[in-house]
Design a protein around this ligand. Structure first.
Ligand code: SAH
Ligand code: SF4
Ligand code: F3S
Length: 475
């Protein structure tokens, strides 16, 4: 398809020109400086840190893993639950100590907590020099320069357009096999418990040709898996400003899958109200689009779902799960659950347990409700479930998920899966770790002629609730 590759080349060329311009403007003054970055929260935040690394790289800053030797310490923060913010505050105490030992070190808070707390962060955390929200990373060169001159730097403006489409992320802590690509930013769903729409702003979709260019570039560098990231990937919609033609998520996945059959495509997160049959058929059509869907349910009870403003009910969710298993029979589904949302009764909690049984999730991320200031739930509903009850309900959810994961994994014993090797297993350099299409981690003894980034076929020989064990077989 020539029109695609033309536009693709154009966007690569433009990126290069932009880079050169940027380098000339900024590099000379900051040569030889180091930055250290820690990231918390969702994959999108980790992916943003790679954009930040790229912007700082253009300024001449090198990434270091040693915070003691860095000139600039950055923490990319998450506000999703109170605990996430507590962790960040603890880390800031540690950074204070380094600043005391090495005056002149700059400390910057990036991401969702920066956006939520804005100038309050500078008041409460006196040793913070920079506060930069998720849409303001392009202003880092200026803000760092201001902070170096002793002036606190803050930019927390949210944007309706920013997608960082032209920035080529610097892969941090990468295994060289799987990379993450942000395809959209922000969120337009107002789930009543959630802070994200406030910290990340309005939803906007990134130019698909820049996404395909980034995925192709990763493939050419040896990567064999990309995960397309968004808070709600199913509402991805890009309109070509010249032709008014649109590209939806199913089409974007197809474009990415067509880069090369050896490039696996994953995606996260799907929203039950928006995931279409077109998306499911696209997954089924391409062997390299993984048979794995993260489809957070949050609650299994329709009244609670309504209070949560999830805009689907139990029946709708069950129908989506049935459609997934019908159209992609060997698909694995995972989920997020919140225990003890405002006014949730014991019976309603039981509905969450029963929908877990129904959906047979391979795994789940499970939380108890944490009220976030400024959200719809904080304004409208009382956070009235006692902490012990929230914790007990959460423990029941976790116990059940462990059982379901265990039996889900046991069913894999004897089956042969195509596995993408990610590297050595954590426990032994005699074993590889890799994932199957369903996103399950499999540990298996190495064979000499194989390396990370290659595919092999593995027969599953054993399973716990967390991992599979296996051995390589000819196929
Ligand atoms: N966009 C994704 C969720 C992103 S946040 C989606 O719509 O599914 C990741 C998860 O954190 C959510 O799915 C939810 O389960 C949990 N979460 C969000 N806000 C929370 C809160 N206030 N208390 C507890 N868990 C919360
Ligand atoms: Fe939050 Fe809902 Fe948006 Fe997910 S879809 S980020 S839970 S508002
Ligand atoms: Fe946290 Fe922000 Fe992600 S609040 S979950 S880092 S979008």
């Amino acid at each position: 398809m020539s029109y695609k590759s033309n536009i693709l080349n154009k966007s690569i060329d433009e990126t290069k020109q932009g880079d050169v311009f940027f380098k000339e403007q900024l590099a000379s003054s900051e040569k030889g400086k180091n930055f250290y970055i820690e990231s918390y929260g969702c994959q999108m935040n980790f992916s943003d840190s790679e954009i930040v690394a790229s912007i700082l790289g253009e300024m001449g800053y090198q990434a270091t893993k040693n915070m003691e030797e860095s000139d600039l310490i950055l923490i990319n923060t998450c506000s999703i639950r109170e605990k996430a913010e507590d962790t960040v505050r603890k880390r800031l105490r540690i950074f204070d100590k380094i600043k005391a030992k090495k005056p002149g070190t700059l400390v910057g808070v990036l991401g969702c907590m920066a956006e939520r707390l804005k100038t309050k962060l500078l008041e409460q955390e006196r040793l913070v020099d920079l506060v930069v929200g998720p849409d303001a990373y392009r202003s880092l060169p200026q803000l760092v320069a201001d902070a170096s001159g002793g002036e606190k730097g803050i930019n927390v403006l949210l944007s309706r357009e920013e997608t960082y489409a032209d920035i080529n992320p610097v892969r941090l802590n990468s295994n060289g096999v799987s990379g993450f690509i942000s395809i959209m930013r922000g969120c337009n769903n107002m789930c009543s418990f959630c802070i994200v729409p406030f910290t990340r702003g309005r939803e906007r979709s990134r130019d698909p040709f820049s996404i395909v260019a980034e995925a192709s570039d990763l493939f050419n560098k040896g990567f064999r898996e990309v995960t397309l990231l968004g808070q709600n990937v199913d509402s991805y919609l890009w309109e070509n400003p010249e032709t008014n033609e649109t590209i939806n998520f199913a089409q974007l996945m197809e474009m990415t899958a067509q880069i090369h059959p050896d490039l696996r495509v994953r995606f996260s997160t799907s929203h039950p109200k928006d995931i279409t049959d077109e998306v499911l058929h696209t997954i089924a059509k391409y062997e390299n689009i993984c048979n794995y869907i993260h489809l957070p349910v949050q609650s299994g009870n329709s009244r609670v779902l309504k209070l949560m403003n999830r805009t689907y009910d139990r029946e709708w969710y069950k129908e989506r799960v049935e459609s997934i298993y019908r159209i992609i029979p060997d698909c694995a589904i995972s989920s997020d659950m919140i225990a003890g949302f405002c006014s949730e009764t014991e019976e309603e909690h039981q509905d969450t347990l029963s929908i877990m049984e129904f959906a047979q999730y391979s795994m789940s991320y499970m939380f108890f409700y944490s009220e976030r200031p400024g959200t719809l739930a904080a304004k409208k509903y009382e956070d009235d479930i006692p902490l012990e009850v929230k914790k007990r309900r959460l423990a029941e959810i976790i116990r059940l998920q462990n059982q379901i994961s265990f039996s889900h994994n046991q069913k894999d014993i004897g089956k042969v899966y195509k596995v993408l090797i990610e590297g050595d297993s954590k426990k032994s350099d005699k074993d590889f770790k890799g994932r199957n299409s369903q996103n399950k981690m499999i540990i298996f003894p190495k064979k000499n002629d194989l390396n990370a980034g290659q595919y092999c076929y593995v027969k599953v020989t054993g399973a716990t609730s967390a991992t599979l064990k296996g051995e390589i077989v000819e196929h």
